[in-house]
Design a protein around this ligand. Structure first.
Ligand code: UGY
Ligand code: MN
Length: 265
């Protein structure tokens, strides 16, 4: 029997897999299924497989990663970078997160942390099984007269579900305080009931890093439709035409990075 699982248990390449893949990299967007994103290691992440999803080399103004942290792994010492903000969202497993000088908190799936520039922290996996964490780094753009935001450690269950669109079947969880001008980016959970798409193709100046968390659908990017499933990643550059159309029987949800609240010139 031909093995069609991925990666193939037999070690053989399944039919149709050579040279064919859903991954696309264009000038203004990239679509990345997880199987093609190879591993990196970084000195400040011990016992951690780092899968780099986006960065300046792609054209993105931010960097995004999946961290696969083995038991006992994580930051070997407190880590932080001047001028750079960090955001972490637990996909699976459990981590111990502490801001330097503060108490350690356990974050499970849906737990998240926002760190303003220069904040040193530790993120460790003290459990016996792997923890997967979505990570994002972005250089902070100060705004005249506005202070830098405080750190946030929270969980998606503590964030209200809203819907400003008036369109039935949509839901938004703004993980960072919505409309707070100190923040220069948003991280939003976008929920869709089956068959509910946004009403128009959007074309806007903001960039996106999109990580698919639940469900499936079709994503329109520039001029093309792409099938999207859990664990797929999309980078959308500024002014990339975009629209989502869910196709599954259950809810679809993605976590969306968006740069906001700053002028463009
Ligand atoms: O808020 C947004 O820009 C969002 N509607 N875009 C997206 O989901 N691609
Ligand atoms: Mn958008």
């Amino acid at each position: 029997m031909t093995d069609r699982s991925f990666p193939p248990a037999t070690g053989r390449v399944p039919p149709g897999a050579i040279g064919h893949n859903r991954g696309v990299v264009k000038r203004n967007y990239a679509f990345m299924p997880p199987e093609g994103v190879l591993i990196s290691r970084l000195p400040h992440w011990a016992s951690t497989v780092v899968r780099i999803l986006a960065g300046p080399v792609l054209g993105a103004g931010f960097a995004q990663y999946v961290l696969e942290i083995a038991p006992g792994g994580g930051t070997p010492a407190p880590f932080g970078e001047p001028d750079i903000q960090h955001f972490y969202y637990v996909l699976s497993g459990e981590i111990a997160f502490a801001i330097e000088g503060g108490e350690s908190r356990t974050l499970g799936p849906g737990g998240f942390a926002y760190l303003p520039p220069g904040t040193r922290f530790t993120l460790r996996n003290d459990t016996g099984s792997r923890a997967d964490v979505l990570a994002l780094r972005k250089r902070y753009e100060p705004a005249p007269g506005l202070a830098v935001p405080e750190s946030i450690l929270s969980h998606r269950d503590a964030v209200p579900m809203t819907n400003h669109t008036g369109m039935e079947g949509r839901g938004f969880q703004f993980l960072l305080p919505y409309g707070d001008m100190r923040f220069d980016f948003e991280m939003n959970l976008m929920w869709f009931k089956p068959g509910v798409c946004f009403p128009a193709v959007e074309t806007h100046v903001m960039e996106h890093g999109l990580y698919m968390l639940e469900g499936q659908g079709l994503y329109f990017l520039d001029q093309d439709w792409h099938e999207i499933w859990e664990r797929d990643f999309i980078w959308m550059g500024g002014f990339c035409p975009q629209q989502f159309y869910p196709t599954g029987h259950g809810d679809a949800c993605y976590l969306l990075y968006k740069n906001v609240n700053r002028d463009v010139a």
